[in-house]
Design a protein around this ligand. Structure first.
Ligand code: ZN
Ligand code: ZN
Length: 344
């Protein structure tokens, strides 16, 4: 079973987990704490072998208790269902699936849970099931696969601007409209444009939890996966490029628009954007995720695992809304009935 690996405590051999506040690895059994250098010293060879493709097996077993791992095709790091040991499927981080960089988790699971409690607390019409402790416990830290693109964009917008002047002379009112051809060209370098590389995670939400602070990007090491779930990409770079292109086109067009001023109106007739020197890197970005199922529909809650930015949706419980309506009605009715009597 060489293909599933996890990092064991250098003192007691229990599974190690990454600890976001200290950015060290901690053992929950003997409470030892290790730095990256200490773990590298023991496990460095395992890390180097990721450059070579590792074979995919039909099944994987926990290195701690031997139980078979229940994992989707794209799951790369998970927990053993039986002994809760963090387990990593090495083949899903090797060869073309070896990420270049990652941003380590900054937020702890407890912090993500607090954010959820605050967020759901404000949603008075959310179903009560969403507020139960068991539900909050399900929040999971996941390294989500992303493509980060660098590209140079050359853009052009060409259109017609108008300037309108009006004045009164005698009993006539004159309006003069002057037409101008307004052409703007420019180029810009865009770095680290992120595109969600997992089909499982909804692009819409993944873009809403941006931005990440990319100055925290660090070389990928499988050690960071310890204690988290991870997915490998199932959206190829070529496919992701289309999404990136749309985003960059919008950025540069908006930028060129801001340079057009002093006109009464401006209509773009023609526009063109060309991307050059495009490169991509495969990266892992930290998110906390909670998916609630309610009446057959999935509802998503996501926290940016670095910045704590929260995004999500909740269904509206009609029962709760009705009760709220009744409560308001009753209160109003009580005030209407007894309002005058209070001051007697
Ligand atoms: Zn230990
Ligand atoms: Zn196990």
């Amino acid at each position: 079973m060489g293909s599933v690996k996890e990092y064991k405590c250098l003192n007691c051999k229990a599974g190690l987990e990454f600890d976001p506040p200290s950015q060290h690895w901690k053992c929950h059994y003997c409470f030892s704490e290790f730095t990256k250098e200490q773990i590298d010293a023991v496990y460095k060879k395992a890390e180097d072998s990721l450059d070579k493709e590792e074979p995919e097996l039909n099944s994987y077993h926990c290195t701690s208790c031997g139980a078979e791992l229940i994992a989707d095709d794209t799951t790369a790091a998970t927990f053993c269902l039986y002994c809760k040991n963090p387990t990593i499927i090495k083949s899903r981080f090797s060869g073309k699936f070896k990420p270049k960089n990652l941003i380590p988790f900054k937020l702890t699971k407890a912090q993500a849970q607090d954010l959820y409690k605050k967020w759901i607390g404000k949603r008075i019409f959310a179903p009560s099931e969403f507020k139960q402790i068991a539900e909050i416990e399900k929040i999971t830290g996941i390294y989500a696969p992303f493509w980060l693109f660098d590209t140079r964009a050359e853009g052009m917008i060409d259109g017609e601007g108008t300037r309108v002047k009006s004045w009164t002379q005698g009993k006539y009112r004159y309006t003069q409209t002057t037409y101008y051809r307004v052409l703007r060209k420019g180029n810009a370098l865009y770095k680290k444009v992120p595109v969600d590389a997992s089909k499982k995670l909804d692009d819409k939400y993944m873009h809403m939890i941006e931005p990440y602070d990319y100055s925290a990007l660090t070389d990928f090491s499988i050690q960071y996966m310890s204690g988290f779930m991870a997915e490998k990409y199932d959206v190829e770079a070529g496919e992701a490029k289309g999404v990136m292109k749309e985003r960059v086109e919008k950025y540069i067009e908006d930028k060129l628009w801001t340079t057009v001023s002093g006109y009464s109106s401006y209509n773009v007739r023609n526009k063109q954007v060309m991307l050059m020197d495009t490169t991509e890197d495969y990266c892992m970005l930290p998110v906390y995720l909670l998916i609630n199922k309610y009446k057959g529909k999935e509802h998503v809650f996501i926290v940016n695992g670095q910045t704590g930015k929260v995004v999500g949706d909740t269904p509206i419980s009609f029962k709760k809304q009705l009760l709220f309506g009744l409560a308001v009605y009753t209160a109003v009715w009580l005030v209407a009935v007894f309002g005058g009597a209070i001051f007697v």
